[in-house]
Design a binder for this molecule. Structure first.
Ligand code: GLN
Length: 261
């Protein structure tokens, strides 16, 4: 058994340490004795998404997003079929925007997205930059409690009701009425700086504005991705908790430093 991670456009979508998400997934699999492999997929290839367990898309500048327009069209149908059958996807910022219908840049240029999710993004005048703290939706926290084998260390990660990260985007993302956010913003801007929402969750797809990278300091999110991928393969999902002292310390340090008092 092997977890296959497709890293989409690693040469074009990789801002503010996004590649660290792939490294964190690999490390957390390895620490648990799970075999994992990364396949880098960029322009010009339409991979067999049926072979992927987890797909990762990082963030990118408007220029890089524009360069992808034609290539995304080639990949969209296969990726959509896999998403509907439960493929696990983590998409960050520019990659998150590309899951939707379009991203309209500050120059009024419409970059078409993959059209996988009912969301769209329009650039505003002010860039939204800074550290972010997100309160996870209640149903999220319930899901977390099902992924670990019970133990004290597992309980530590479970006790994190938040996500932390760093955002830098001019795009404002609006979710269609059928879509749920990942959570609500406690500090920062999130999806659009207006409705208080951050990110999106659809089936096993997670979109978020959080760079940093997000997974090393949000080990509970990393583990949800792994657990969902195992479940889709028909395997037992109760993950062995890891110690996670450093990961939790990093999470808490950001929370303490940037909480709106
Ligand atoms: N180019 C997009 C924006 O500015 C995404 C940026 C990013 O991925 N950080 O909104």
């Amino acid at each position: 058994m092997k977890i296959v991670i497709y890293h989409l456009y690693p040469d074009l979508l990789d801002l503010y340490g996004d590649r660290g998400n792939v490294l964190a997934l690999l490390a957390r699999c390895r620490w648990r004795g799970l075999e994992a492999e990364v396949r880098n997929i960029s322009l010009g290839t339409v991979p067999n998404f049926a072979e992927a367990d987890i797909v990762i898309l990082g963030g990118g500048s408007d220029r890089e997003q524009t360069l992808l327009t034609e290539d995304l069209k080639q990949k969209a149908a296969e990726l959509q079929a896999a998403v509907e059958s439960g493929l696990v996807v983590l998409a960050i910022c520019g990659g998150y925007q590309l899951l939707g219908q379009y991203y309209q840049t500050a120059q009024n240029k419409k970059i078409p997205g993959l059209g996988l999710l009912d969301l769209y993004t329009v650039a505003g005048e002010k860039r939204m930059i800074g550290n972010v703290i997100v309160q996870l939706e209640q149903e999220w926290q319930q899901q977390l409690s099902t992924i670990y084998a019970p133990s004290e260390a597992g309980a530590k990660s479970l006790a994190l009701p938040t996500l932390v990260g760093f955002e830098n985007h001019s795009g404002r993302t609006y979710l269609g009425s059928g879509l749920k956010p990942l959570g609500t913003v406690l500090t920062g801007y999130g999806n659009n700086g207006q409705d208080g929402f951050e990110g999106v969750r659809y089936k096993n797809v997670f979109g978020t504005y959080l760079h940093g990278p997000i997974l090393p300091k949000n080990p509970h999110l990393a583990d949800v991705l792994v657990a969902l991928a195992l479940k889709r393969k028909g395997l037992a999902t109760a993950l062995q908790p890891l110690t996670d002292d450093l990961e939790i310390a990093a999470h808490m340090a950001i929370k303490e430093r940037f909480s709106n008092k």
